[in-house]
Write a protein of this length. Structure first.
Lengths: 337, 573
């Protein structure tokens, strides 16, 4: 860990500095292409997003405490009742099978339930049947989108008030949209189903992404609070230093936040199979990683760029640069270690 | 001594924290012993197992459901569910639109029927009764009096002679007659019953007889009470036939008296009045006498259970709107338990990983993180338990996920704080003042970022529905707990720890070793940068040094008037 600790020191003092703000065009290019892939990819590869049963509507049966998890058993059992129902079978845990079909009538549901119980040799009570109307998922998403808009407006105002500049809000929002699009794109490209649980995950990314941005921006605010005095750094350099100084914190935080989520994802995906935990944690894991990345590589450079055009900033930068030229001149004269 | 001040403050904060935790435990204990509280939070259906039914209102397109209607419907459904002996059912509205009924276990069909039937009771005079056509006539089968496509649209829909009373056969227009002739009892649609002032075509519940009925004369809202019991003969002997006894209020009594008086004088089917429940005729008795006391008895093909159900429905009232089941989700208890266990295992693994990482990154300081997470966990657990007792909150799988995610966000506050303290150490401050200065800066950041996070949770909680709410609640709760813990536990602990020799000497395992952090060693436990550099040198410091200077450094140098010369020769061995 000595090296990591040393790395942190060097970043703090500026002995080692990653030029993040300066290379913004590269980051924009990367972000732009990632977003393009996220937007186009799902449609090229799979013809669109895969929505869960909550969005499309349908019937779902869960067989629990079965000894066999053979999928064809389920397919046959459903076909014997409703031949055109196209069952989707997945395993849950070590002793469960989930069967999703198109929406069945009540009589068909009962029949499928019975036939599944017979096929898997379990009592009927261990087969649960559910049906989900097609508007359920849309309802929850409609509400979520409304919540999203309200949240963005409020968060934008609060950040603008706290940081005393709307440009930080804009930079944070751009990074946030970047996170959302990429996370959604990941779902689309890999073909993971978008379920209400995944939607909850997306919503949490909003909170997390902004949270992470606020922490770094607070350091930027501190470093660029010139109080009218002559700082030796240009504005962009101050921003870059803040990003570097908080880099260790960013890495530590994203690791600490990602570890529990990754363990849910692991348990969710490999032990439980399809379900709420897997859907929620996948969105979160990607969101946390992308959110941390975007704060550093998108929000901060963008903020520096937005402020660069301001008169006061330009004046300051000019002063800082001339002061530096003078300092180096006098340093050359007055030889100090 | 100045030294005692932070220590005093620290103990004061810790005392407050202790008071808070003891207070929460006491409150919860009060709940357990005096009311129906518990030491464990209640679990939502996806963890406990049970059935969740989402009812969507059936309204004509363009019409909306008012929140009063919805609240009324929730109240009625709640009474019905409770009267059926199902305990701990929860009925809520969702998104100002739907009603969510959550029942533990797997309810039988009768319970489901009882919940969703609207129980709209109407008394209508019978105009025409006949055998159903017995053959399918497809889409014609509708209980609405509106002309249907296959009925000749040229037929008159307005009575030639204005009807004088509800039994007037002038209500039967040629269009209505044609519709009646084509009506199929099997294809009856009861979700859209004819308006109260219009005649209605419908069938007996078992489809044995079809009717044209007059407009509504008495409706279910005038029922004051309803009970079920076995029908008795005039001599008092029970017949074994189950019946529902209705008691009208004064308005209903006088209306019902008028109707029965009129019908009593008529003959044939017009002597009958139909009792229509949710668009079906449950019975159409002949009027044997004018009932003026407002206490009729309904008989039909009831058994004990169905008569009780109907009596309850009538007593608690009809739902103001009809509902359809939008989704019905049953989760077996075993599946729920598996999900919870695995969720907890995942959380535990995550926690262990976080602890390991913290120790690697912050050495013994990591123990403060671990202890803080522990305190946060205790407070969160108590709050959730109390919330589930006071507010009926139930922990769902999404909520558990929210809690696990919160581990990261809570730990971040400590990371931000520790990094700030390290920054101050790097600037050459002593440990004690680093802790104080770092805290001031960190607190600002922590509050700002927590506000954003809390805002996200609050907005989600207010605007979102279902599972999202449970998730938002745990997220918001943990954000507040995070602030409490970092202020009342982490910071005081660090203040106290800063007093110990182990940390103050900057032991290399303490995680706060100034040497490893690049500060200049100036004698035992003193890492202050030298104060001997003249002020002229500061102004003429080299370009390289100036470039390295941080704001904090600059401020520190302005304050102390020291140079910012430093070396980064720290070794972490």
């Amino acid at each position: 860990m000595a090296s990591f600790s040393q790395f942190g020191n060097d970043l703090y003092t500026g002995a080692r500095s990653l030029n993040i703000v300066g290379r913004r065009k590269l980051w924009y290019l990367i972000a732009g292409s990632m977003i393009l892939i996220a937007l186009v990819g799902p449609f090229l590869l799979r013809g669109g997003f895969v929505f869960g049963i909550e969005f499309t509507g349908g019937s779902e049966f869960v067989v629990s405490q079965t000894t066999s998890q053979d999928e064809t058993t389920a397919t046959d059992a459903v076909a014997s009742v409703a031949a055109d129902a196209v069952p989707k079978v997945s395993t849950i845990g070590s002793d469960g099978v989930r069967v999703q079909t198109d929406q069945l009538s009540e009589a068909e549901s009962t029949a499928v339930r019975d036939s599944l119980a017979t096929a898997y040799d379990v009592p009927v009570k261990d087969v649960t049947s559910s049906f989900i109307g097609p508007t359920w998922g849309q309802d929850i998403t409609g509400q979520a989108v409304r919540a999203l808009v309200v949240f963005l407006v409020l968060a934008g105002i609060i950040m603008a008030v706290y940081f005393r500049t709307w440009k930080m809000s804009v930079a944070a929002m751009v990074a946030l949209l970047h996170d959302l699009v990429i996370t959604a794109g990941f779902y689309g490209i890999t073909g993971f189903e978008i379920t209400p649980a995944a939607v909850i995950g997306f919503l949490t990314i909003l909170g997390y992404s902004l949270y992470d941005t606020v922490v770094v921006f607070d350091k930027i605010r501190e470093n660029t609070n010139f109080d009218g005095s002559g700082s030796s750094r240009t504005f962009a350099e101050s921003v870059n230093l803040a990003v570097n100084q908080t880099l260790v914190r960013s890495i530590n935080t994203s690791v600490v936040a990602a570890l529990p989520v990754a363990s849910i994802l692991f348990i969710g995906a490999f032990v439980l199979g399809a379900g709420t935990l897997r859907d929620i944690s996948l969105a979160l894991l990607i969101g946390i990683l992308v959110g941390t990345y975007s704060t550093i590589f998108i929000a901060s450079p963008l903020y520096a760029q937005l402020r660069n055009g301001e008169d006061a900033i330009r004046k300051h930068d000019k002063k800082a640069l001339t002061a530096r030229a003078q300092a180096s001149a006098s340093a050359a004269a007055d030889v100090t270690a | 001594m100045a030294k005692s001040s932070p220590v005093k403050k620290a103990w004061r904060s810790l005392t407050w924290l202790g008071v808070l935790i003891v207070g929460l435990i006491a409150l919860n204990a009060f709940g357990v012993f005096s009311q129906n509280g518990s030491w464990t939070p209640k679990l939502a259906l996806d963890l406990e197992g049970g059935t969740q039914i989402i009812l969507a209102p059936q309204v004509e397109t363009g019409a909306t459901v008012t929140s009063e209607q919805l609240t009324e419907a929730v109240g009625i459904i709640r009474q019905r569910v409770n009267s059926s002996g199902v305990s701990e059912a929860e009925i809520n509205t969702q998104g100002g639109q739907n009603i969510v009924v959550s029942i533990p276990g797997t309810p039988d069909d009768a319970t489901l029927e009882r919940i969703k039937s609207s129980a709209k009771l109407e008394f209508r005079a019978v105009l025409v009764a006949g055998q159903p056509s017995g053959q399918t006539v497809g889409a014609d089968g509708t209980a609405t009096p509106a002309p249907v496509p296959t009925v000749d649209p040229n037929l008159s829909t307005t009575p030639a002679v204005a009807p004088t009373d509800a039994s007037d056969l002038n209500y039967i227009t040629p269009a209505l007659q044609a519709q009646y002739d084509a009506f199929d009892c099997a294809a009856i649609n009861t979700t859209n019953v004819a308006p109260a002032d219009q005649p209605l075509i419908t069938c007996e519940t078992d489809g044995s007889i079809k009717y044209i009925l007059g407009p509504v004369e008495v409706d279910g809202s005038t029922i004051a009470d309803a009970t079920n019991g076995q029908r008795t003969t005039s001599s008092g002997a029970t017949t074994g036939e189950w019946a529902v006894n209705i008691v009208f209020n004064s308005d209903g009594t006088s209306k019902f008296a008028d109707v029965t008086t009129r019908l009593f004088s008529l003959t044939g089917v017009q002597n009958q009045f139909a009792i229509v429940l949710d668009g079906h005729v449950i019975s159409a008795p002949a009027t044997q006498a004018a009932i003026i006391d407002g206490k009729p008895q309904i008989t039909g093909s009831f058994d004990q259970e169905s008569s009780k159900a109907l009596a309850d429905q009538l007593k608690f009232g009809a739902l103001p709107i009809s509902f359809t089941v939008q989704s019905q989700d049953t989760i077996s208890a075993t599946l729920g338990t598996t999900q919870l266990t695995n969720g907890l295992i995942a959380g535990l693994i995550g926690l262990i990983l976080v602890v390991m990482y913290s120790l690697a990154q912050y050495r013994l300081l990591g123990l403060v993180t671990v202890a803080s997470l522990g305190v946060a966990a205790v407070i969160t657990y108590l709050l959730i338990t109390i919330l589930s007792w006071r507010e009926g909150y139930r922990l769902s799988l999404a909520g558990v996920a929210g809690l696990i995610v919160a581990i990261g966000i809570t730990a971040d506050s400590f990371i931000v704080y520790f990094e700030r303290v390290r920054d101050e150490l790097r600037d050459g401050r002593g440990l004690e003042s680093s802790v104080e200065a770092g805290w001031k800066r960190a607190l600002r950041t922590i509050i700002a970022s927590d506000v954003v996070n809390f805002l996200a949770a609050a907005v989600l909680f207010v605007l979102a529905v279902g599972n999202v709410r449970g998730f938002a609640l745990t997220l918001g709760l943990t954000t507040i707990v995070d602030l409490i813990v970092v202020a009342l536990f982490t910071h005081p602990m660090l203040q106290l720890v800063a007093q110990t020799k182990f940390f103050n000497d900057g032991h290399k395992l303490s995680g706060l070793d100034p040497r490893a952090l690049g500060a200049v060693y100036r004698g035992r436990a003193r890492f202050e940068p030298s104060a001997s550099v003249s002020s002229t040198k500061i102004s003429s410091s080299s370009k390289e040094a100036a470039k390295r200077q941080t704001i904090a450094e600059r401020k520190a140098s302005e304050l102390v008037g020291t140079s910012t010369d430093r070396s980064t020769d720290g070794k972490d061995s």
